[in-house]
Design a protein around this ligand. Structure first.
Ligand SMILES: *Cc1c(COP(=O)(O)O)cnc(C)c1O
Length: 407
């Protein structure tokens, strides 16, 4: 391998601080990492200096069971020692078990089906292809401030212009409409040529903005009456995150497609695209889509253990309890907090000014990992096993952190 100086890479070039090594060896798309993390247990991660942090972000809504949960470690270790990957020429017990479990949790009607992949973007990519296979050349409607991923198809339905440029023109013909405005959706649907409508029941990257029950129900009615597929992206808000298995269940609707990832594998990469009912499940035929790694028994065993543990430890009830505690106490803990949105283990703390980035740094120095979903919103997406004491410790610390960044 040759460096930019034309020198051959040798062992002495693997030395340097982790910052130097990262800057030299990793593509710069994530900017500079905040910490070099070494290990984790429960809701706590430890960095390379041995400093501990209470993780209220959970790998961006991924580590539902925290770090190194014994059930997850046992499931992954056992499956790794048994059968890790086989290709999709074959199926395996863990794959069949996971698909069956997901269909049951989703209350999917007869004839529903699951496609397993490796990420949220891939899950949405498959959803876009299903819409277009049903309605070739059709448009997709997505919501303003939507985030659906970074691959070209998923990127097309992502709203933020900074993410989409300079990669256009979009791979898919997409029209964005404002959320909570059924009239603009209806007007677009009336124009025709629409293959699918994508919504996140809770818009996570937008700053944790839940869509109202009334709006979700209206989207379902309008898509059904226009014979257009409704896709719910529950990559971030699904798998128990809101204290319910799936956020759209609160609206008592059945979408045509649901996409999952993040918490599904509890830290093992996996995504899922679920098609509801035989008509939608029959759109793609053999050979029209695929993946090498997707649905491998290792990932499926990891995901199954996450679901199993959420059930056996009654974590949905715990998530609802933690969410209620956090949102009610955070709302009152400082006058600069104007609103707390979301529920369960997905909350957006809204401030009256753009202090979120400074707060992330101050919180980290104080031993808490949180994230700025936008300049004035902190996002919390903690592991479902967060204790009430751990939640309270953040609530107790936050007023002082806010004061420190606003003087
Ligand atoms: C994170 C996210 C994605 C993309 O998932 P990746 O695994 O990063 O590809 C898609 N949709 C939503 C709602 C997300 O939060």
């Amino acid at each position: 391998m040759t460096t930019s100086e034309g020198m051959t890479m040798t062992d002495d070039q693997t030395t340097g601080t982790w910052r130097e090594r990262y800057r030299r060896d990793l593509l710069g798309v994530f900017g500079s990492p905040q910490l070099c993390l070494e290990r984790g247990h429960g809701c706590v991660v430890v960095d390379s200096d041995g400093k501990e942090y209470l993780d209220l972000l959970g790998g961006i809504a991924v580590n539902a069971l925290g770090y190194a949960h014994p059930a997850w470690v046992e499931a992954v270790s056992h499956q790794a020692a048994t059968l890790a990957h086989v290709s999709n020429f074959f199926t395996t017990g863990p794959q069949l078990d996971l698909a069956e479990k997901l269909l049951a949790l989703a209350k999917a009607p007869q004839g529903s089906a699951v496609f397993l992949s490796n990420s949220g973007a891939e899950a949405n990519e498959a959803a876009v292809k299903i819409c277009l296979a049903r309605d070739p050349g059709g448009r997709i409607i997505a919501l303003e401030h939507a985030f659906h991923g970074r691959t070209l198809g998923a990127l097309s339905v992502t709203h933020k212009i900074a993410y989409r440029q300079p990669f256009g023109p979009s791979a898919v013909d997409v029209t964005f409409v404002p959320a909570e405005d059924p009239d603009s959706l209806a007007a677009e649907l009336d124009k025709g040529d629409v293959a699918g409508v994508f919504v996140e029941p809770v818009q996570g990257e937008a700053g944790v903005v839940p869509l109202s029950v009334a709006y979700l129900q209206r989207v379902r009615e309008l898509t059904a009456s226009h014979d257009v597929l409704m896709v719910v992206d529950e990559v971030q808000c699904g798998m128990g995150r809101t204290g319910h298995w799936f956020a759209h269940h609160g609206a008592h609707i059945t979408p045509d497609i649901m996409t999952l990832a993040k918490a599904l594998g509890g830290g093992f990469p996996i995504g899922a695209t679920m098609t509801f009912g035989p008509d939608v499940s029959g759109i793609l035929s053999a050979g029209q889509h695929g993946t090498t790694f997707g649905g491998n028994p290792l990932a499926c065993a990891a995901a199954y253990s996450v679901i199993n543990t959420i059930e056996s430890e009654d974590l949905l009830a715990h998530v609802r309890q933690i969410g209620t505690l956090l949102s009610s106490t955070l709302r009152q803990c400082h006058p600069r907090i104007t609103e707390v949105r979301g529920s369960g283990a997905l909350l957006g703390v809204q401030f009256d000014s753009e202090i979120a980035a400074d707060l992330v740094v101050a919180a980290r120095d104080a031993g808490f990992i949180v994230n700025a979903a936008n300049p004035s919103t902190l996002r919390l997406a903690p592991p479902y096993i967060l204790t009430t004491e751990q939640a309270q410790s953040f609530v107790d610390a936050l007023p002082g952190l806010i004061d420190a960044v606003t003087v």
